[in-house]
Design a binder for this molecule. Structure first.
Ligand code: GLU
Length: 326
C-alpha cells in the first residue's frame, strides 16, 4: 500500500513537472477548438456582476469563433433557490446570450464525480478526514494533514481530502498575469468530497471543464484562489487544464463583491439594452452612448470584434455604477 502510494505520488509529480513546463507558455496549441462556458450556481437570479461575467465569457468565445456552453452548477440542494434556474436562463436569453449545445446540470453527474473521488482515494492521493470546521478554524483554516496517516472512525461521516504535495503551482492568468500558489501553505489538503456526501465545487467544476473540452475559463477574480486547486486536480488526473482568465468583480460602495448575500439587485429584464450597455462600458469597450437604444443583438455584434482581455489587465474590481442611464 505504501509503495503504491509513493509510485502514484511520483506519477503525480511527473504530471506536475510537465504541467509547470507547459504553463509557462500558452497551454493549448492554437489549433485546439475554443470552447468556453458560463457556469452559474442556481442560488438566485442574475445581477449585474454575474451578467458581466456571462457577457465577457460570451464575447471571448464568439470573437474566437468558438463555442459557449452553459452549465448549471446545482451541486448543493441546500443553497439552491427555487425558480433560480429558469430565471437565469430567461435573463440570458433576454440579453441575447444564446448558448451552444444542450444545457448541462451538474446534479445529473454525481455518480461520475463519486467514481473519480473514489479512484483518487484508491490511488492514495485522497484520504478520509473528520476534522470539524471549528478544529480547522482553531488552526487558522490550515488543514494539518495529520489525518493523511490516521484513519478516522469508519462509522462516522467523513470528507475526502486531496493531498496537495508541496510544490508550487504556477500559471499565467490571461487577465491577472503570472500567478504562483503554494497550496500546502494556503489551506493545505482540500476537500473533494464533502462530509454531507456531496461533491465539492473544486472537483465537480474541474471534471466538467475537462469532460466538456473547455479550452478557456473566463470567470470572476473571486475564484482565482480556486484555480491552483483545479490545476492540481487536473495534474493528478494527467489532463491539461484549461487556460484561465479572471475578470474583475463588481463591488458595492463598501468594496464588497456584489452577491446575493449583500442583496445585489436582480437584473431588471425590462431594461436589457441598458444593462448590456452598462456591462460593455464596465468592460472598457467604450460603446457609443446611442448604442444603448439598440437591440441586444446589435450591441453584442458591435462588441464581439472589439472585445479585448488586455483592456482589463490586472484589474480586480470595478465599482457598481450608481444608476444605469435610460
Ligand atoms: N458556479 C460558480 C458561481 O456561480 C462559478 C464557477 C466557475 O465559473 O468556475 O460562482
Amino acid at each position: 500500500m505504501k509503495s503504491r502510494k509513493s509510485s502514484n505520488a511520483a506519477d503525480a509529480g511527473g504530471a506536475m513537472a510537465r504541467l509547470q513546463a507547459v504553463t509557462e507558455s500558452p497551454l493549448h496549441p492554437p489549433s485546439r477548438r475554443y470552447r468556453g462556458r458560463f457556469a452559474p450556481s442556481p442560488t438566485g437570479p442574475l445581477h449585474l456582476g454575474s451578467l458581466l461575467t456571462a457577457v465577457a465569457s460570451y464575447l471571448d468565445a464568439r470573437q474566437a469563433g468558438g463555442d459557449w456552453l452553459l452549465r448549471i452548477e446545482n451541486i448543493d440542494p441546500v443553497r439552491e433557490a427555487s425558480g433560480a434556474e429558469s430565471q437565469i436562463l430567461h435573463a440570458l436569453e433576454q440579453h441575447g446570450l444564446h448558448w451552444d449545445g444542450p444545457l448541462e446540470r451538474q446534479w445529473s453527474r454525481m455518480s461520475h464525480y463519486r467514481e473519480v473521488a473514489e479512484r483518487l482515494r484508491e490511488r492514495g492521493l485522497a484520504y478520509r478526514c473528520q476534522c470539524s470546521r471549528s478544529e480547522l478554524a482553531s488552526l487558522g483554516g490550515q488543514h494539518p494533514a495529520t489525518c493523511r496517516h490516521r484513519p478516522p472512525a469508519a462509522n462516522l461521516p467523513s470528507a475526502l481530502r486531496v493531498d496537495v504535495g508541496d510544490r508550487p503551482i504556477r500559471f499565467i492568468d490571461l487577465i491577472q498575469g503570472p500567478q504562483q500558489f503554494q497550496l500546502a501553505r494556503d489551506g493545505g489538503d482540500f476537500v473533494i468530497w464533502r462530509r454531507d456526501d456531496l461533491v465539492s465545487y473544486q472537483l465537480a467544476v474541474l471534471l466538467d471543464d475537462l469532460r466538456q473540452g473547455i479550452s478557456r475559463v473566463v470567470r470572476g477574480v473571486d475564484l482565482l484562489d480556486s484555480t491552483p486547486r483545479q490545476i492540481h486536480l487536473a495534474m493528478l488526473l494527467g489532463e491539461p487544464p484549461p487556460d484561465y482568465g479572471h475578470l474583475p468583480v463588481l463591488v458595492n460602495r463598501s468594496g464588497a463583491k456584489l452577491s446575493k448575500q449583500n442583496l445585489a439587485p436582480a437584473l431588471d429584464l425590462s431594461r436589457a439594452r441598458q444593462n448590456l450597455h452598462a456591462v460593455l462600458t464596465l468592460l472598457r469597450l467604450e460603446p457609443p452612448p446611442a448604442l444603448r437604444h439598440e437591440a441586444v443583438r446589435t450591441q453584442l455584434d458591435w462588441a464581439t470584434p472589439r472585445w479585448s482581455l488586455a483592456a482589463l489587465q490586472g484589474c480586480r474590481s470595478l465599482p457598481m455604477p450608481e444608476r444605469l442611464a435610460d
